[in-house]
Design a protein around this ligand. Sequence first.
Ligand code: SD4
Length: 310
Amino acid sequence: MPDPLVIATWKFGEKAVATALPMLQAGKPALDAALAGAQTVEDDPEVDSVGFGGIPNAQGVVQLDACVMEGKRLDCGGVAGVEHVKHVAALARRVMEKTDHVLLVGLGAQQFAVQQGFPLEPLVTPESLRKWDEARKKQKARSSAPMKRRKGDLVPPGTFPSDSHDTVTVLALDRSGSLAGVCTTSGLALKLPGRVGDSPLIGSGLYVDDTAGAAGATGVGEEIIRIHASAFIVEAMRAGKSPQEACEAAVQLAIAVALRRGKHLARVAFLALDPKGRFGAACTKGTAFPFAVGRKGKVELLEAKELGLE
Ligand code: SD4
């Protein structure tokens, strides 16, 4: 059996990994560890893109998206556009365990949360409201400024606030050799009310299959959904690519699709882990995507490979 291992997106992923790794080493199942890790980020008011303290949507309301998946039997669950529930990844797990469905949205998801005993609570903080206000002002200024593309830019300046999208995706391999993943986010800052990103969508923000591998995404959800990125990466691993090669193939595909559509690519970043404990990560150029790795009792922060137009 491989040693337990856990990886997570962005610098705040270190916190998730630091929580999940000892649980895996103690023999806990991958989903328990990944969920506990993701929850530390949901609880952190300083992370303004996940859970409590996430930057609100265009109407000033925090709407959260999340999903979970287990690699043994492909059990999965998700929730989208959920208001006033902090632990949406745990709620996604309840959808998986307590219903015959895979995805609940909006008010229905919130009612299910109440039935399941989740508290309804405010998710904004004075700081997230301040950032929201600032982001709105910047957005206004950008929309009145002429957009110029610089050489090598994949993103037309002003498409999205540059620092507005940091989902936590946690992928774990447990002592029994089984994989699981969790993805949780407040989505793009200033998104339209009701907008659903890739993060609650099985196959886009997350996909896990013990017979091939696990993959997760972060970045601009619309670009990730379009290529069904996480399922694409897992299928690439099934076809023989390493986790690193599979992530790079997904970034190349995202770039090629954007070019085909006559658009410049917004930011996407991917993580992957296989059942042998090999992992990889890649992102579009300019994204600067740090990710955390926990193995053999140690947590490190690594930088993903950036790929762009040649
Ligand atoms: C979304 N993919 O809602 C999410 C946001 C994100 O890194 O990942 N941020 O589109």
